[in-house]
Write a protein that binds this ligand. Sequence first.
Ligand SMILES: CC(C)(COP(=O)(O)OP(=O)(O)OC[C@H]1O[C@@H](n2cnc3c(N)ncnc32)[C@H](O)[C@@H]1OP(=O)(O)O)[C@@H](O)C(=O)NCCC(=O)NCCS
Length: 178
Amino acid sequence: MSITLLGIHHDRAAFVCSDEPVLETYVRDDRRALRDHEGATRVYVLAYDAQPSQIIGYFTLATSSFDFADLPKNIQRMYPPYPGAIILGRMAVDSRHRGKDFGTTLIHEAFRLSLETRQLVGFIAMIVDAKNDGLVTYYTNHNFQLFAGKLRLFIRAETMQALLDEAREKLHRSTESA
Ligand SMILES: CC(C)(COP(=O)(O)OP(=O)(O)OC[C@H]1O[C@@H](n2cnc3c(N)ncnc32)[C@H](O)[C@@H]1OP(=O)(O)O)[C@@H](O)C(=O)NCCC(=O)NCCS
């Protein structure tokens, strides 16, 4: 499987997200995702290598500011004030492909790409605004922490790296024992 930027070769009209129609429309609408892709937001698509036009899932990344005072005090002490963050703006897996860990793959790819960016542009964490309490649980299961209000979560860049290292190690062990 691979992650690529959304492009005109993707079959956007075939993407289905029946429980969150806004996330379906975003990809299908010519005036939204493709235009965002021009710069304000980057839209990344997960597809099988054998079917590169079929969108299994997608997420968006952009830079973002946040209120430093909302972070837990012990984390504030680690950084100078006014640090930046990456926002995981939208994320969805096609309704027909749920429950196969593609959501985890998207999150890990979002970590990987963000950490690559960090070689060039500093930031301290990734932020996500969950749509509901169920999704708060989903993101805390991926080691995000709540910080502002009931639905905004963050994960420090160092934790993102540690999770990627752990996933790589797990994969390595499973291929060795196979
Ligand atoms: C959230 C989403 C991306 C997860 O994708 P996925 O590929 O099905 O997720 P995974 O296979 O990696 O993980 C499945 C696990 O997540 C849980 N999960 C999935 N969606 C969930 C939700 N909305 N609320 C709570 N838990 C959820 C499943 O119960 C499952 O848990 P289990 O492993 O304990 O059985 C997908 O359900 C989706 O696209 N939802 C609609 C769009 C959306 O809400 N996006 C997030 C916007 S903040």
